[in-house]
Design a protein around this ligand. Structure first.
Ligand code: PMP
Length: 357
């Protein structure tokens, strides 16, 4: 068989796809991916090393996976009646949810601009993806457009990132309530940025069996460990659990996550500092002529500049990597996304930025 014949067996839409591109960042100040800038203090790193060294790497993951799931539920403050499914990052959970609803004619709906993986995983499952544009001025949900799209497309799955990426907005609670009432399928509140937000959706979830809450340890401080979790009515979460690859959480990841939860106070203090830094960064961006930042409930700030491509390139030339999101959606024309870093990182960004506008 030739390579061409081999390739002919691959789905045409897969052949037409691009692989997810991770920006090279070596040697740059990394303010592009909403990572927590802090590592553990040295003494805790030492202890973690000892814990990981004691893990039996020759065995498949077993009870520790379930222990981690319950520890995450306790960390979120929900009771044993709530079901929990773990993903290798919440990315994987978005994929599993998409598989769970993938019937002919089914649709996935989300506001746009939003997190790109909702559409990517929907397309992998040959689901229709309905992107409903946000309001242009404040990036809030366009309620009439959302309700009209729900009536027309009857989505099996609605994703509401809360706060949203890349706009860092939280949605109006009354609007969410009406969307949840109107939705004929599952509504997933994606709370990846919950450590930085002033509100969450756990009470909404408790009132509606079709509302699930998805969280991740990535923005908490463990982006490299890859732990996402889905909370919801047990009967619904159990369906997603059936699709979970049996050993998707490595023994090392589970142990590192359990260790981090035992030191949740360290991470909470880091999140509090990042929230303070966010306010400082926002005020400084707002004071720069030609820069319009939007208020943020996450560890990122979206801002419009006169020429996003030029500013992105100039910052990179000066050693600072951010994300140019302007091509993601017409509403994001000339928009850049700045991840909130440690105080020194933000000071450096703010020193360089005026030279790059
Ligand atoms: N949801 C949102 C809104 C995100 O922005 C991201 C990552 N940037 C994720 C989910 C995925 O996070 P992870 O796979 O690291 O848990």
């Amino acid at each position: 068989m030739t390579t061409e014949q081999a390739l002919a067996t691959i789905r045409p839409d897969v052949r037409a796809m691009h692989a997810y591109a991770v920006q090279p960042s070596h040697g740059l100040l990394k303010l592009d991916a909403m990572e927590n800038p802090y590592r553990l203090p040295p003494e805790l790193r030492q202890q973690l090393g000892e814990r990981l060294a004691a893990v039996a790497l020759n065995r498949y993951p077993a009870e520790r996976t379930a222990e981690l799931a319950r520890a995450l539920a306790r960390h979120a403050g929900v009771g044993d009646e709530v079901g929990v499914t773990l993903g290798n990052g919440s990315d994987e959970l978005i994929g599993l949810l998409s598989i769970a609803v993938a019937q002919p004619g089914a649709a996935v709906l989300a506001p746009v601009p939003g997190f790109v993986m909702y559409e990517a995983y929907a397309r992998q499952q040959r689901l229709d993806f309905i992107g409903v544009p946000l309001r242009a001025d404040d990036f809030q949900l366009d309620e009439p457009a959302m309700l009209a799209a729900i009536r027309e497309h009857r989505p099996a799955l609605v994703f509401l990132a809360y706060p949203n990426n890349p706009t860092a907005t939280l949605w109006d609670a009354a609007v969410i309530e009406r969307i949840v009432q109107a939705a004929p399928g599952l509504v997933v509140m994606d709370e990846a940025y919950q450590p930085f937000a002033s509100r969450d959706s756990l009470a909404l979830m408790a009132r509606h069996p079709h509302v699930l809450v998805m969280r991740t340890m990535s923005k908490f401080g463990l982006a490299g460990v890859r732990i996402g979790y889905l909370l919801g009515a047990r009967d619904v979460a159990d369906q997603v659990e059936k699709l979970r690859p049996p050993y998707n959480i490595s023994v090392l990841n589970a142990e590192a996550a359990l260790f981090a939860l035992e030191h949740a106070g360290v991470y909470a203090a880091q999140a509090a500092e990042l929230r303070r830094e966010r306010e400082r960064l926002f005020a400084a961006l707002q004071a720069l002529p030609g820069v319009r930042p939007w208020p943020s409930e996450a560890n990122m700030i979206l801002a419009r500049v006169p020429d996003a491509a030029a500013t992105f390139a100039a910052l990179k030339a000066r050693g600072v990597l951010i994300k140019n999101v302007s091509a993601l959606h017409p509403l994001l024309a000339n928009c850049l996304r700045f991840t909130v870093g440690a105080p020194d990182d933000n000071t450096r960004l703010l020193a360089e930025l005026p030279h790059c506008l």
